[in-house]
Design a protein around this ligand. Structure first.
Ligand SMILES: *Cc1c(COP(=O)(O)O)cnc(C)c1O
Length: 375
């Protein structure tokens, strides 16, 4: 696709940028440009697909792809996204390698996942190569925003919203896709400190047949009350259970969860439709198998966690996702009961984390062909 370029006439000065990159935090500062692509429905084509039984086929056209100055969107107050939450997003990172080249990790996976989210939310498909191209076009313009400090990256946030000015309840006829970029330090601060997790019993994040497997903003809104409840008791993150009588584990609000047993099994909840299919999760399953762990994707009940850490059958617990990579879980609190993870140094989690970060930062061989060069 052809992208036009509308340069930012007042970009951040080199000294201001350097100041930001020295201590970027997470999600607070944004680069000089963003990508926008508009989508308009082809209503006769859509009606035809609908009549033919393809009721979720959004027929239409992407147009006016551009890299433009980062800045406020102009939206009608009646834009559908503001009322009915037709919004999906992705998250991936650009890493600067020692030779100055810039790379990202498995971007076609993000592109494919965004299209699965779009399907669930009755939104249009964006061709995978256009998704990847959009990231390439933005990083080509804003490459100076990719930091090179330890643990640093440029976080890329693609997202799609319903822009049509209409309050009727149906899929919108106009959408826009955007990519914004934000320099990122280490998500949980400098060192790998085990976090404390709160079990959400009052609030569910997702239900069967719902939107839990889509990377959909509303899932995050639905997780905030639980997050606040946990935070008010001094916990860092929340784990959600399914609502079945056996209380199987789902995930944290934005990270998948893993267990390491004393007999070298690496176990994670299987994908049931209520869990987001993390790309970090998938990568860790592959790296774990290579490191000689016996990998299992299956239902895990909360009782198995509780009993496993008490008996020592479970040695390590950790969470994973693009933003924080791997975060050790030191304890889980179920109201007043606290269950402590036996390991304090998390050797398996650290080995997996080092291998994954090694590939992403270019210091270890990318034996899977996961890295994609951006600049
Ligand atoms: C994005 C996300 C993850 C992690 O996915 P990655 O592809 O590994 O970054 C996990 N859970 C939820 C709910 C998410 O939105």
């Amino acid at each position: 696709m052809e992208f036009r370029y509308d340069a930012n006439q007042s970009p951040a000065s080199a000294s201001r940028r350097a100041e930001i990159l020295a201590n970027p935090g997470f999600g607070q500062y944004f680069s000089d440009h963003m990508v926008t692509i508009d989508w308009t429905a082809d209503l006769p084509g859509q009606e035809e697909a609908f009549q033919a039984g393809e009721y979720l086929k959004m027929v239409g056209e992407w147009s006016d792809a551009r890299v433009e100055p980062y800045g406020p969107l102009s939206l009608s107050p009646a834009a559908a996204v503001l009322h009915y939450a037709q919004e999906i997003f992705e998250g991936l990172k650009a890493y600067r390698h020692d030779d100055g080249s810039i790379w990202t990790f498995r971007p076609h996976r993000n592109a494919a996942r965004m299209n699965r989210s779009a399907h669930r939310m009755a939104m249009p498909q964006l061709p995978e190569d256009v998704f990847v191209q959009a990231i390439e076009e933005l990083v080509a313009r804003d490459h100076a925003w990719v930091p090179n400090g330890e643990g640093q990256s440029l976080y890329l946030r693609p997202f799609m919203i319903a822009t049509e000015e209409f309050l009727g309840v149906r899929p919108a006829h106009n959408f826009s896709f955007h990519v914004i970029a934000s320099p990122a330090g280490n998500y949980f601060g400098g060192e790998l400190k085990p976090v404390s997790i709160w079990v959400s019993r009052d609030f569910a994040r997702a239900g069967e047949g719902g939107t839990g497997a889509a990377k959909f903003g509303g899932n995050y809104a639905a997780s905030l009350a639980a997050q606040l409840q946990g935070a008010s008791r001094g916990h860092d993150q929340v784990i959600f259970l399914d609502r079945s009588p056996d209380e199987s584990l789902e995930e944290l609000g934005g990270m998948n969860v893993f267990f390491v047993t004393k007999d070298n099994k690496l176990i994670t909840p299987k994908l049931t439709g209520t869990i987001l299919e993390g790309i970090t999760r998938d990568s860790i399953l592959q790296l774990g198998a290579e490191q000689g762990l016996e990998v299992e994707e299956r239902r895990i009940t909360f009782n198995e966690w509780k009993d496993g850490v008490a008996s020592g059958d479970i040695q390590e617990v950790f969470a994973c996702g693009t933003a924080a990579v791997i975060t050790p879980i030191g304890q889980v609190a179920d109201r007043e009961e606290v269950h402590t993870t036996p390991s304090t140094d998390f050797p398996v989690a650290n080995a997996l984390r080092n291998r994954l970060i090694g590939i992403q930062t270019g210091v270890e061989e990318d034996t899977h062909g996961w890295m994609h060069r951006l600049a």
